[in-house]
Design a protein around this ligand. Structure first.
Ligand SMILES: O[C@H]1[C@H](O)[C@@H](O)[C@H](O)[C@@H](O)[C@H]1O
Length: 592
């Protein structure tokens, strides 16, 4: 590449600026220098977008329990209210690239928080299901923009040696939002009337907080430079570096942008330029691949299914199950914290590889747990009525049919008086017209299981769940977002992140929509073995294709993709030099 040359003699007019080292983070400020508090304020305020992403995707499950009763929602409406948000997020993430590139990161975040607040308001006041649907779509639009803009903004304002940690804070806020949502769901589940309005409406608070803080926070200096607003960029950079001399960093960023622009050639659709230019095409493949594999590892299925896993392990009361699900999201959050701690210590690549290895093994433990319980599935002993459900002979085949559930009693020696009954059309929580429920604790009470079977092997499944969260959250839960924020050159960053975030949301919808259908065909253990197999493929992909970006300045990351794809992980950028013209530059004035 023209710009990356070995050191040469100073020619008087141009001189070699910096020998960026991977360990030092490339350019000023030095890692040892204190990082101004403003960078943390920027990271946390923008990560509120991640919090809203987590909150709004998480809160709906609890709200739905109340909504379906209060508004008599059919299964189709429930499905619509849940998946419309994710589908809208996918679309707006894809479209967000141009918003973010044109308006800038700051205005895009302001827009996202405004949209979040508007969505929250619509949801909390909705008189009927039509407006509820509108509110859920609006919220999805906010999630899409936030999910692709926030990591980019944080990466662009952070000093390189802290970038991984600060961007990963966004993922911490996503899982934090999911955790808070589960606590809010638990707390308001006692409020039979209008509890859902509070659940869905509370997101207005963080949205407003983010909106007002971003009125005062600065734009990304890199975006400003790209738009030719050099003086403003220099002022912002100096402000976020605590008033230090930022000449080196500023010149280095500017030189990087100039190089990028020369290499990529101007004009034409950005996505086409990305695809035509080797390094960005490879970066996009890695970025989208990571996001795809994040979702194919089954995180949202495992989270969604965790309440059932807990019931399987002996938690019979629905209320207890709600609170224990909050414990699952709390673990997801805590383990994400481990990721924030590790990312700058061990690097992105090792963290992702270790995470995938553990995720694959724990998915196998989950699958083995389900296999053992299927092999020891209790038989159906009573066959009341003449529905198709009464024809099933074992619990396993009964619960895999979406219209049937297993009703049973227990004593010390195991399951007795078991039957397979049709599910109530209005809710899978009870049999049609039946008296089989999980609420009674009276001795001899019967239990209702619509999607699991009582089993002595539930501890294996529970172990698999805990191991899964411990391995997935710090690496695969966080690194796809973090790595995507740093692998594209500035001109391709918005579009690259838009595509990869879009892939994440599309795969999220696909995995959630196919889980139950797949379970019917492959059984639960089959699905979890399938996810484990996909994680194996992901491991090979990451092993071959993901280079280490730790400590490399954003303007240098493109070098990591200059080789053939999937040989890039073996290349080391080593010490690189860039020539920067330090004579006064006539363009160094605001064009605005
Ligand atoms: O990184 C996040 C996180 O892991 C969440 O828990 C999950 O729900 C999202 O789909 C994912 O993108």
């Amino acid at each position: 590449m023209a710009s990356r040359r070995p050191p040469e003699a100073d020619d008087g007019e141009r001189r070699l600026l910096r020998p960026p080292s991977r360990a030092s983070g490339g350019s000023c400020p030095e890692p040892g220098a204190a990082t101004p508090g403003l960078v943390y304020v920027l990271a946390v305020s923008s990560a509120l977008g991640g919090f809203l992403f987590g909150y709004d995707t998480g809160v709906v499950s609890g709200a739905m329990l109340l909504l379906k009763k209060e508004m008599s929602l059919s299964a189709l409406w429930q499905e619509l209210l849940i998946s419309s948000t994710v589908a809208a997020a996918a679309l707006s993430a894809l479209a967000g690239g141009s918003v973010n590139g044109r308006l800038g990161r700051r205005l895009s975040i302001l827009l996202a928080s405004f949209v979040f607040a508007a969505g929250g308001l619509i949801l909390s006041l909705a008189p009927g299901r039509g407006l509820l649907l509108v509110g859920r779509i609006v919220v999805g639009l906010g999630i899409g923009i936030a999910s692709m803009t926030v990591p980019v903004y944080i990466a662009e304002v952070s000093p390189s040696h802290l970038r991984g940690q600060l961007v990963t804070i966004n993922s911490l806020f996503i899982t934090g939002g999911q955790f808070v949502a589960s606590v809010v769901d638990g707390a308001f589940s006692y409020l039979k009337h209008d509890g859902w309005r509070y659940m869905l409406g509370l997101s207005i608070i963080p949205a407003a907080l983010q909106f007002f803080s971003f009125i005062f926070l600065p734009e990304s200096p890199r975006w400003l430079l790209q738009k030719g607003r050099s003086q403003e960029a220099r002022r912002v950079l100096s402000r976020i570096r605590g008033g230090r001399d930022v000449t080196d960093e500023f010149d280095s960023i500017r030189a990087g942008i100039e190089d990028e622009q020369k290499e990529a050639g101007a004009g034409g659709l950005v996505i086409l330029r990305i695809l035509r230019h080797g390094p960005t095409r490879r970066a996009l493949t890695v970025g989208c691949g990571l996001q795809m594999f994040q979702q194919l590892s089954g995180i949202n299925t495992v989270m969604y299914y965790s309440a059932t896993i807990l019931q399987m392990a002996g938690v019979r009361s629905d209320r207890q199950a709600i609170w224990l699900s909050a414990l699952t999201s709390a673990s997801n959050f805590m383990f994400t914290l481990v990721g924030v701690w590790l990312v700058e210590r061990v690097g992105r690549r090792k963290l992702t590889l270790a995470s995938l290895t553990g995720t694959g093994l724990s998915l196998s433990v989950l699958a083995i747990g389900f296999l053992l319980s299927a092999l020891n599935s209790p038989p159906v002993s009573l066959h009341p009525g003449n529905s198709t459900c009464s024809l099933f002979e074992s619990c396993e085949s009964c619960i895999l049919s979406p219209d049937c559930g297993f009703c049973y009693r227990e004593n010390a020696s195991g399951v007795l008086d078991s039957s397979c009954l049709p599910v109530d059309e209005a809710s899978a929580d009870r049999p049609a017209g039946g008296s089989c429920s999980n609420q009674s604790r009276a001795a001899g009470a019967s239990f209702w299981a619509s999607n699991y079977c009582p089993t002595p092997y539930s501890w294996v499944v529970l172990l698999g769940l805990v191991l899964y969260l411990a391995f997935f959250a710090p690496g695969m839960g966080t690194m796809p977002w973090t790595v995507n924020s740093e692998i594209y050159p500035l001109w391709a960053r918005s579009t690259g992140n838009a595509c990869s975030a879009g892939v994440n949301w599309i795969c999220n919808v696909l995995v959630s929509l196919t889980f139950l259908h797949l379970a019917r065909v492959l059984t639960y253990y089959g699905v979890f073995f399938l996810y484990a197999g996909l994680v194996g493929v992901a491991l090979l992909f990451v092993l071959a294709c993901l280079p280490e970006t730790r400590g490399v300045q954003l303007e240098d990351v493109e070098d990591l993709f200059s080789g053939r794809l999937c040989s890039c992980s073996h290349s080391s950028p080593g010490v690189q030099y860039r020539q920067v013209n330090l004579t006064s530059d006539p363009r160094d004035s605001d064009t605005e």
